[in-house]
Design a protein around this ligand. Structure first.
Ligand SMILES: C[S@@+](CC[C@H](N)C(=O)[O-])C[C@H]1O[C@@H](n2cnc3c(N)ncnc32)[C@H](O)[C@@H]1O
Length: 281
């Protein structure tokens, strides 16, 4: 019966779409309502389950993880199997997990982060550290220090394999980076102050730059232009804001670099996720 009705409706849509306009509107309303219901449920569940107010963390969907890893492989000219190996290495880094867990349990700001901490798109940042073996990584905008801890974990592995490197984080908030413990600080430091002022004091060469500070205006562009003369030949730039602005894409166009973007899709959140913009030669 329902099938016959659907068939007739389909036929009428082909013959004379105007005659079934109200039915089509009702169908669209049903689709919109189902979408709104599903999003409201996710938002309500987040409200109850999560303690995070900003910079939300979540697991990636399997598909998003796949896309992010392929983007990393393409941007670095690496085999996907190697990128996956490094991503799995991050998942299994028990020392990093213990460090993050200890910090979130003992630090007052730990109450504002969900546990266990999820790396999300930062899985790409880790893989880049392992693939590129940078001597200097710069991250603008450290916040709690999830990214900084992940970057330092990669640098520590590189050191074990005979490829030393260090990470300079910078944040305007003097409390930023509380997740970065003594073990991580063996390869990294957080400079307090405005990102542009910190970048202007650097001499480089920077092999990996991650822009994740002020997401609101022209600062993003200024950061890229400021680090340009400090970049090593094969330097990679990462934007944590490329899902919102076209700044890194435009920078890449201006300076003869290539650009690609892969989206972060959270598995359990109504938050749409960020992504990873990559600029490379
Ligand atoms: C999105 S959070 C960074 C997240 C971090 N990269 C991570 O992996 O979780 C943005 C940070 O940028 C910092 N920030 C905002 N404006 C800044 C500026 N002009 N200079 C330096 N840091 C800034 C904020 O204090 C905040 O901690």
């Amino acid at each position: 019966m329902v099938l016959t009705l659907r068939k007739r409706l389909r036929q009428q849509m082909l013959d004379n779409p105007r005659s079934v306009a109200p039915v089509l509107w009702a169908m669209r309303a049903r689709t919109a309502a189902a979408h709104a219901w599903s999003e409201s449920r996710k938002a309500a569940s987040w409200l109850v389950r999560s303690v995070e107010a900003d910079n939300d963390t979540d697991d990636l969907t399997a598909l998003s993880r796949e896309h992010l890893l392929w983007a990393t492989a393409l941007a670095t000219g690496s085999e996907i199997s190697l990128v996956e190996r490094y991503a799995d290495e991050l998942d299994r880094d028990t020392a990093l997990r213990a460090t993050l867990d200890r910090a979130t349990t003992s630090h007052p700001h730990g109450a504002t982060l969900d546990r266990p901490i999820r790396d999300g798109r930062r899985i790409v940042w880790y893989a880049l550290v392992r693939l590129l073996r940078p001597r200097l990584v710069v991250e603008t905008g450290v916040h709690h220090g999830i990214g900084a801890a992940v970057l330092c974990a990669g640098l520590l592995r590189n050191v074990e394999e005979g490829h030393p490197g260090r990470c300079l984080g910078t944040d305007i908030n003097p409390h930023a980076g509380w997740l970065v413990d003594a073990r991580c600080r063996a390869t990294g430091e957080v400079a307090v102050g405005d990102s542009l002022a910190t970048l202007r004091r650097q001499t480089g060469p920077i092999d990996l730059f991650i822009g994740d500070s002020d997401h609101t205006g022209g600062d993003e562009r200024d950061e890229y232009e400021t680090v340009l003369p400090l970049l090593s030949d094969q330097a990679m730039l990462v934007s944590d804001n490329a899902h919102v602005t076209g700044e890194l894409a435009a920078f890449s166009r201006r300076h003869g670099r290539r650009f690609l973007f892969a989206a972060e899709v959270p598995a359990n959140s109504f938050y749409r996720g960020g992504g990873v913009g990559l600029s490379f030669r």
